[in-house]
Ligand binder design. Sequence first.
Ligand code: R5P
Length: 293
Amino acid sequence: MLIVAGSASSKLAERVAKQLKCELIKPELKLFPDGELYVRIPADVKGENVAIIQSTCYPPNQNYMELLLLLDAARDLGAEEITAIIPYFAYARQDNRFKEGEAVSLYTVAKLIESVGTKKVYTVDMHAHRVGDIQEIFKVPAQNLTAAPLLAKHFADNYQLEDPVIIGPDEESERWAKEAGDALGADWNHMVKERLGPKEVHIKPRKQLEVEGRDAMVIDDIISTGETMVEAIKILKTHGARKIYAACIHAVLAGDALEKVRKAGAEDIFATDTIEHEISKVSVAPIIADAIH
Ligand code: R5P
């Protein structure tokens, strides 16, 4: 298998190639003055199984275009089987037509990915809460991997923890809190969130929060503006948590989100490398390597 590193996932692709002892191909990329993108795969991919790793984080449209050009180039060049690995999958939130006339963007990008000869799709903790199984979106085999146990392991391995507990900040984070808690053999719980606006949320405990004197890891799939994490930290503090750690799978971290979460009192903040960021301390390479091996 050959691993092709998209520009948004170059470090992760390197880690996956290293783990699988596969050749890593770094495509040539150029952005023309008018904004068009040029890509070239500088390798003979004829008859090979090719896996292209490219997150579609900011700027999503450009990163999708790069992914589509790479997938199609691999097909044109005669690759045997082409796998798209999209660790952070943009447009997943628009998984429905909420208002008449809207594009259902998640299904549009899925159709585009399939249209260029992709035979398998992998992603990590896709943020499409209304989709039960990712296979509903794709006709080709598709798998949604989860990184929550990796975050739990990082939490357990790197800090001197006092009676650890895992907390999800809202209902949607229940599954990550459960997966992380189960992986750690620790208690887990989740809170309830009401979104008052794009940058305003109200969070409250769902039931008794037993965090007094304990070290808590708040786990979410995404930290975007940071508001959810900040509010969750405030509540845990008022309930007497000892130290609070903020963890997420995808470090979207818009604007001053990181600073806000630090100021709110997070002892440490960590994420995976589905989006490459200074807080990407946990690699999803092992779960990707396992899945595509
Ligand atoms: C919401 O459904 C997500 O799981 C996250 O809680 C959300 O994206 C976090 O956003 P923010 O950091 O802007 O509060």
